[in-house]
Design a protein around this ligand. Structure first.
Ligand code: ADP
Length: 255
């Protein structure tokens, strides 16, 4: 029952001398359902690599370890899924720290240009391997009020996605002044995202193509972390996408 229905039913009482306390449980129920979904999703995500590691270890123990070629293949499976578990637990920890407000934001002026170049450098070899050009187009005066570590994490997650999902062309980090804020964007020339996915893109574990994301080592948490970090710094996030590619942006107060 919606809040309005309660109020309509109780309005004759409200005119009397009775104090009526109303507590809307809709939001609380929704929050509880979201939490339950999150725990179910997280358990599912954790179970997959654990099952793969267990199966590979059992195969090794039951003889594959004696055969160098097969042994190596199974050890590689163990290593790949252990890496996945490590990324997943790190992302889950980050998200839980931000959401429970244990992540303290130390806001100070941060130069976007230097940070963008530093982050792009981390992806130089991955981009070179795919023939992707990486560019920073940031005016010298682009300075935002942010937590340097959080903004770096935001750019890492956005550039990581752009490089992961773009087969050819370029990835560009740019900044444009908008009133009393800067809009920092990461744009790519990838396949674009269909319109109906866009409103849910920043949700935890929401993926456009689950198989593709997992193959690329994605946890499904990158953009949820981006959203929480940017909101924690008093900013907002958004996405635009079309046939020419995708642009994800964070709007942060100018310093
Ligand atoms: P993941 O770890 O799966 O990349 P994210 O939360 O970072 O999770 O992103 C959610 C989903 O959004 C991805 O699975 C992918 O389908 C889509 N996505 C994110 N960034 C891009 C991009 N630059 N181009 C195309 N699709 C993207």
């Amino acid at each position: 029952i919606q809040r309005r229905t309660y109020l309509a039913a109780l309005s004759p009482l409200l005119r009397g001398e009775v104090l009526v306390l109303l507590r809307d449980v809709t939001d609380a129920r929704r929050a509880e359902a979201t939490r339950r979904d999150f725990v179910a999703n997280a358990s599912h995500e954790l179970r997959t690599p654990i099952a793969a590691i267990r199966a590979a270890a059992e195969t090794l123990l039951s003889g594959a370890v004696e055969d160098p070629a097969a042994g190596r293949a199974f050890v590689e499976i163990v290593a790949r899924h252990a890496e996945r578990l490590s990324r997943l637990t790190q992302d889950l920890l980050d998200l839980s720290r931000i959401e429970s407000r244990q992540w303290t934001f130390e806001l100070a002026p941060v130069g976007v240009g230097a940070l963008a170049r530093q982050v792009l450098e981390l992806f130089a070899s991955a981009a070179r391997a795919k023939g992707l050009a990486l560019r920073a187009e940031v005016p010298a005066g682009a300075v935002v009020r942010a937590d340097g570590r959080a903004l770096e994490q935001v750019l890492v997650n956005l550039v990581d996605n752009a490089v992961k999902y773009t087969a050819a062309g370029s990835v560009t980090v740019s900044a444009a002044r908008d009133g009393d804020a800067w809009v920092v964007s990461v744009a790519d020339t990838g396949p674009g995202i269909e319109r109906h996915h866009l409103p849910r893109l920043f949700e935890r574990f929401y993926r456009v193509d689950s198989g593709r994301s997992r193959d690329q080592g994605g946890t499904g948490l990158g953009l949820a972390i981006v959203k929480h970090l940017v909101q924690g710094m008093g900013g907002e996030v958004g996405v635009e996408s079309g046939a020419g590619g995708t642009r994800l942006w964070a709007r942060l107060p100018a310093a």
